[in-house]
Design a binder for this molecule. Sequence first.
Ligand SMILES: CNc1nc2c(CCNCc3ccccc3)c3nc(N)[nH]c(=O)c3cc2[nH]1
Ligand SMILES: [Zn+2]
Length: 374
Amino acid sequence: MTAIKYELIKTCKQTGARLGRVTTPHGSFETPVFMPVGTLATVKTMAPEELKDLGANIILSNTYHLWLRPGEDIVEEAGGLHQFMNWDGSILTDSGGFQVFSLSDMRKIEEEGVHFRNHLSGEKLFLSPEGAMQIQNSLGSDIMMAFDECPPYPATYDYMKSSVERTSRWAERCLEAHQKPEQQGLFGIVQGGEYEELRKQSAQDLLSLDFPGYAIGGLSVGEPKDVMNRVLEFTTPLLPNEKPRYLMGVGSPDSLVDGAIRGVDMFDCVLPTRIARNGTCMTSNGRLVVRNAKYARDFTPLDENCDCYTCRNYTKAYIRHLIKTNETLGIRLTTYHNLYFLVKLMSDVREAIREDRLGDFRDQFFDQYGFNKP
Ligand SMILES: CNc1nc2c(CCNCc3ccccc3)c3nc(N)[nH]c(=O)c3cc2[nH]1
Ligand SMILES: [Zn+2]
């Protein structure tokens, strides 16, 4: 019995989008799905009950951060991440490679692994594919990610080629170091930047290792949206139809819809929680900065089309007051709303796939939200 099961329910007749269901040892969820990010074993300011209430069934956590604080040994002693943070839904952990590159300034990549400095203390550290697997094993996540290199954008073809080949060798080492495949699913991460030949090579290498799911890495690293969409158009068809596809680090509402249309099933992004902390909200009519003076006497909800807890019980004026006075309830209410907004968006996307009208949904959503239609 493998840890991860994927059921393809149907494909949208109007687009390449898929309606599916992923089952892990901690439950199942329909796809396409947005996964809230919980870096330090918490989706910032949200209690697990609130995440369940807003409709989240799977959240992300992170090898790099939890290895540094509190240490995976403490999490293991607590009985694993689910016990430690009191979350009984599914958990996906990233392997730490990306965080090393995005957080640590001094780093050196070798065949063995990556040398870098702890971004908090400056002490020298080393992370290898085997180390990343051991940490995720201790955390007890339902879905683990292979240790990969996410090259910067842009990167030369030659650099990208040698990076892809190393990431493929690291993926093999992760598989060999995988201790509990019946309890934890391991996803391979396809790299290759914007080079179709290298995406093909990366996908071919990883498919030969027969992972239960595949991630598309190396995107949402500063490339223009049309580059991301083009890479998706020639990369998703390389992946098996009967396994989930996870686009890492994406993204904004328009990228989620455009990714789903191109056959992506799973998404994660820090955006909704990060912008909530400075009082910026995603609404059906576009972004809203609630601390703006014009909302001081606006006694309507953040989004009149939203039926979330925040929008049913509080006004822009009150939330603006809380944000301006740095009252914690303020960012809790904006976080709850932003997460609900993306979870609801993906529910609407799944509905549109069921009814074979995701292309029409995209046009209507983009017009109302204010995205320019290319
Ligand atoms: C924002 N753009 C972006 N993010 C990327 C990530 C991280 C995805 N988010 C995981 C996370 C988990 C917990 C807490 C915080 C973040 C990647 N991860 C890996 N392993 N490989 C990638 O190529 C890669 C590319 C990315 N682009
Ligand atoms: Zn709301």
